[in-house]
Write a protein that binds this ligand. Structure first.
Ligand code: SF4
Length: 438
């Protein structure tokens, strides 16, 4: 029998890029290409790159260099591909370079350099496509691009303005995933709250039912599928308030990942973000009143150009009052092409680092205190894996994969990945919970 042509795949970057990788792999598999686990076994390698910060650019360029050295036939896609001639300048021998979200262009390049097999094994393709995440959770991308122009960010330059997927397509994909055994859907996009704004929230159809292209009805419909639904990257628009009752009723996970970035109005203004911190605190208070189990995750940037000691103290005071559950913090680093690079008063590197350390120290005590309140409670968790010592590694509604902590269940060896189990929380540390089976 003729061997199928094999593609090696290197996927770097954020969950949005991961979804692009999954679409490309799914399509290649549908056409009868195989996926090779090593460079040596591959006939050609696709590298999906990230171009967000300088460290990611270096990692991507290194990955391309390695693939060229080990295999020789390399196609580059992803955010770095959209940054002009960066890839070709360093690696002129790559076969093709495309930007992000360019599944069809990548396939065309693969067809040119490794002709598609004659007899596609369509029936070998699982209906939910090829997933790079464990089988029981999946990222679901609802839109591409962003209409904001945050001054530190070049994503709109790389990925363009907001383009929402038709609501029926999103729900059909979600249904297929749920039918294939996925237990948790992670809703991602650059700006999840803006879903539908580009098409003026037009009405679409799902199973013959009219449905607006808008986050609230989409979230409510996803909540009918009987799987966990977790929302990421939700910019705090007013209509985000409408999601909280759905969380309180158990239709969505009571979890909101809201990137706030700062709390001092002059810095938010320089970042081109909404500058209404008092309002944000009041909204958080109301959200928690309506849904006491709500977990709030956010990210912040410290040391942004022009950030004074007073701006930073204001951010710390906000964090102390908001008592967010999970916080990620970056010290500002200029990204080539970002408008913020032209702002006056850059903050020296050691002050940026020192502020980041102080913020993380404060937040560690807040996060740890919030976790400690869970001791003695019974929670439902989703098992991700069993380690060699027989401890089950699971997550509760409060823990997103890869970014948050885990729930470690001792003597959990009899559980299986993808299983929901009820456990009692017996201990915590700064990030993780420890539990015993009920
Ligand atoms: S909302 Fe997010 S993706 Fe859009 S410009 Fe701002 S940081 Fe970038």
């Amino acid at each position: 029998m003729k061997q199928e042509p094999k593609i090696g795949f290197v996927s770097l970057g954020c969950p949005k890029a991961l979804v692009d990788s999954e679409q490309i792999l799914t399509q290649l598999r549908a056409e009868g290409y195989g996926v090779a686990p090593t460079y040596a076994a591959a006939d050609l390698v696709v590298v999906n790159t990230c171009g967000f910060i300088d460290a990611a650019v270096t990692e991507s360029l290194d990955a391309i260099g390695e693939a060229l050295a080990e295999n020789g036939k390399v196609i580059v896609t992803g955010c770095l591909g959209a940054k002009g001639s960066v890839v070709r300048d360093l690696h002129p021998s790559v076969l093709a370079v495309t930007g992000p979200h360019a599944c069809q262009e990548v396939l065309a390049a693969v067809h040119t350099h490794l002709p598609r097999p004659h007899d596609p094994f369509l029936d070998l393709l699982p209906p939910q496509g090829i997933k790079l995440t464990p089988r029981h959770y999946a990222y679901l991308k609802i839109s591409e691009g962003c209409n904001h122009r945050c001054s530190f960010c070049i994503i709109p330059q790389l990925r363009g303005d907001l383009v929402s997927r038709p609501v029926g397509d999103v729900l059909r994909e979600a249904e297929t995933l749920a039918r294939a055994g996925v237990k948790e859907l992670l809703i991602v996009s650059q700006d999840t709250g803006a879903y539908g704004a580009d098409v003026r929230y037009r009405t679409g159809f799902w199973n013959g039912r009219p449905l607006k292209t808008h986050l609230t009805p989409l979230a409510a419909a996803l909540g009918e599928l009987g799987v966990w639904v977790r929302l990421h990257y939700v910019y705090p628009y007013p209509h985000v308030d409408e999601l909280i009752p759905l969380m309180a009723e158990g239709k969505l996970l009571p979890y909101l990942d809201v990137p706030l970035q700062h709390a001092s109005p002059p810095i938010l203004k320089a970042m081109k973000r909404p500058a209404n911190t008092g309002n944000t605190l009041e909204r958080i208070r109301r959200w928690r009143e309506r849904c006491p189990d709500l977990t709030l995750r956010s990210t912040f940037i410290v040391g942004f150009p022009g950030e004074t000691a007073a701006d930073f103290e204001r951010l710390l005071a906000f964090l102390a009052e908001a008592e967010l559950d999970r916080v990620g913090c970056f010290s500002y680093s200029p990204v080539a092409g970002a408008a913020a690079n032209r702002l006056a008063d850059p903050v020296p590197e050691e002050i940026r680092q020192e502020r980041r350390a102080r913020l993380m120290e404060l937040q560690a005590t807040i996060s740890a205190a919030r976790l400690r309140r869970k001791i003695g409670r019974t929670v439902t968790v989703l098992v991700d894996a069993i380690d060699t010592g027989g401890t089950a590694i699971a997550r509760s509604a409060a823990d997103a994969p890869e970014v948050d902590g885990v729930v470690a269940i001792e003597r959990g060896g009899a559980f299986a990945a993808g299983e929901f189990v009820d456990v009692r929380i017996v201990d915590t540390d700064e990030h993780d919970l420890y539990a015993e089976p009920l």
